[in-house]
Design a protein around this ligand. Structure first.
Ligand SMILES: [Zn+2]
Length: 601
């Protein structure tokens, strides 16, 4: 679907174009002029020019009604069980994600949202689903192995039995020793790792001290930008990614029967006890979802204990054979990605074209059902909409829900949505940057803004699992900290205490932040997200905490309510200038006696 710009959004843009010098095309938005003249722009439509009050107007009666609906009449688990158990895992490009897009759209309509629809963010790649995967050791003993296919793995031609060979490839030099030796083999790919005892809890909540520490800001010593250590880490990651493509091709050329990988570990030794992870770290090849770059050899990722026995036997030179059946299905080569979008229209004649967004990503990996990542954020956002409709709240601004896809491969869905609706910047085209997937490339600007950029007050995201909200990251928007502090004061008894100016990354609010829009992720209790559930076969409904999800929906609904109802839009950070970023970091020319040098490249 092309960019959606309903005519109701156009009126204030016409006003803005007429009254403010804007570098935006005005002509195509002049159609609705007569209505525009009726509604004089009493309220400012330039979010950068609005004066913010020192004291927020807090509607405690609304807080009370939202708390009652969200905590005492919650339906968040109805949404959760339907999505996770009824539909299941939601890999981008898969038939299940299509079902989930349609179910979220239709369910949002059912609970009273308007204009529910899917928006195409662009081509993603291969459609794929796992039908079944099993494997067993047949020599020297029989044993059932705990494993599943990695996403986008091809099938074996039915069950195949092969001798097991251990392969370790760390650099380009390592290929030679395996050449001509792997045909028909089941390859154990990856060194056995430590499996430490689980001495620390897999389940944690933030202590008051940890939350307090989180409010402190560390100022970097350098000129800013990416610190050298992080640059080095990115460089080595790039090298590994390049090697991954070569490895995938090598195994195909050598005609190996199948590959079994050991699952990575997680925090506090959580990658054990039958838990395994099937994310980017397990897929062989850089972009296995792209036709032409797809993996030609079946790959499965095994629980570390299953891998360990095979590994130790091969290291002891005991002949091992494994029978493995990977049954998967490719369902399309050029599947597009879609975001689910729906609205509760605003009612204030002057503010209804402004937007408050709430959302999270709908897609997941495949080994579990994506309950905490990110079924939680999805069902909570849907519950926020349900709360508004159940209480028949008439928001002044339009509330819009966005459920993104392609997040796990590079926040594609939210980035696509932001590009189509709000703005974007060109990314670097230097050789080193071109080797990175597009979402990791540096923006070199300048920002190109769309008319809707002026209309979005804020976006609220949940994507850190099932843990309740303990506060919010302002993402460096210090002008908003005092506002949020006032909003959460009546929520202390729910455990919401902390506003930090720190950034948090890794999810869809970044797409908004990148173009200067207020996008926020809440601080959520850790629970067993980083230790066990995030991208694992254990990410199921059992890992959801209904009490926490009720709290999240209630708190998020209150944030959305306040944003929709206050007189002003939320304050913004200065508009990013990615095109000027490099220049701003250049040393000043102040050294006495320095001889000017010719410009370097
Ligand atoms: Zn996520």
């Amino acid at each position: 679907m092309p960019v959606m710009l309903p005519t109701k959004l156009l009126r204030p843009i016409t006003i803005a174009c007429l009254s403010v010098a804007l570098a935006l095309p005005c002509a195509s938005f002049a159609a609705d002029k007569s209505k525009a003249e009726k509604a004089k722009p009493v309220a400012a439509t330039d979010p950068y020019a609005e004066v913010q009050p020192a004291t927020e107007t807090i509607d405690l009666a609304a807080y009370q009604r939202i708390r009652d609906e969200g905590l005492n009449h919650s339906h968040v688990m109805d949404f959760a069980v339907a999505l996770m158990d009824g539909i299941g895992p939601r890999l981008t490009g898969s038939p299940n994600l299509k079902k989930a897009n349609e179910w979220t759209r239709d369910t949002l309509t059912k609970i009273g949202a308007e204009n529910a629809h899917l928006e195409d963010w662009g081509e993603f790649g291969l459609g794929w689903q796992q039908l079944n995967t099993w494997a067993r050791m047949v020599t020297p003993d029989t044993a059932v192995l705990i494993l599943q296919a990695t996403p986008w793995s091809p099938s074996t031609p039915g069950p195949v039995t092969g001798d097991v060979a251990f392969v370790s490839i760390q650099t380009d030099k390592d290929f030679d020793q395996y050449k001509g030796k792997l045909a028909g083999k089941v390859v154990l790919f990856g060194a056995m790792r430590d499996v430490p005892p689980v001495e620390k809890a897999l389940f944690e909540r933030y202590t008051d001290k940890e939350l307090e520490d989180m409010t402190e800001i560390q100022i970097q010593g350098g000129v800013g930008g990416v610190p050298p250590a992080m640059q080095a880490a990115m460089q080595s990651r790039m090298e590994r990614m390049k090697l991954a493509d070569k490895i995938a091709q090598f195994f195909a050329d050598e005609r190996v029967a199948a590959i079994i990988e050991p699952s990575r570990d997680a925090r506090n030794g959580g990658g054990s006890g039958g838990t395994f992870f099937d994310d980017n770290g397990a897929t062989i090849g850089r972009t296995p979802y792209v036709a032409g770059k797809d993996i030609k050899v079946p790959v499965a990722v095994a629980a570390i204990e299953s891998y360990g026995r095979l590994y130790r036997l091969t290291q002891a030179h005991v002949p091992v054979t494994v029978e493995i059946d990977v049954e998967t299905k490719f369902t399309g080569e050029h599947e597009h990605g879609f975001d689910t979008v729906a609205e509760i229209p605003g009612t204030d004649p002057l503010l209804k074209d402004q937007i408050v967004m709430v959302g999270g990503h709908l897609d997941s990996w495949i080994a579990g059902t994506g309950a905490t990542d990110n079924g939680a954020g999805t069902v909570v956002a849907m519950e926020v909409i349900r709360i508004f409709k159940a209480l028949d709240i008439k928001p002044r601004r339009t509330i819009r829900i966005g459920l993104w896809t392609g997040e796990e491969q590079g926040i594609f869905g939210s980035k696509g949505y932001v590009t189509q609706h709000f703005g974007s910047a060109a990314t670097a085209t230097t050789p080193d940057q071109l080797q990175l997937p597009e979402f990791m490339r540096r923006a070199t600007g300048p920002l190109t803004l769309k008319p809707e950029h002026k209309l979005l007050s804020g976006y609220f995201n949940i994507d850190n699992g099932t843990g309740k909200v303990r506060g919010i990251y302002t993402q460096g928007n210090t002008a908003i900290a005092g506002i949020f502090e006032q909003w959460i004061a009546p929520l202390k008894d729910l455990g919401v205490t902390t506003v930090t100016n720190r950034n948090t990354g890794g999810t869809d609010h970044l797409s908004f932040d990148a173009v200067g829009l207020p996008g926020f992720q809440f601080i959520q209790d850790e629970m067993d997200y980083e230790t066990r559930t995030h991208h694992s076969n254990e990410d199921t409904v059992e890992r959801l905490s209904p009490a926490d999800l009720k709290q999240i929906a209630t708190v998020e609904a209150i944030f959305v309510y306040n944003t929709a109802m206050r007189d002003q839009m939320l304050p913004r950070k200065p508009l990013p200038q990615p095109d000027k970023e490099q220049d701003k970091r250049k040393p000043l020319d102040v050294m006495p006696g320095a001889v000017p040098q010719p410009a370097a490249n």
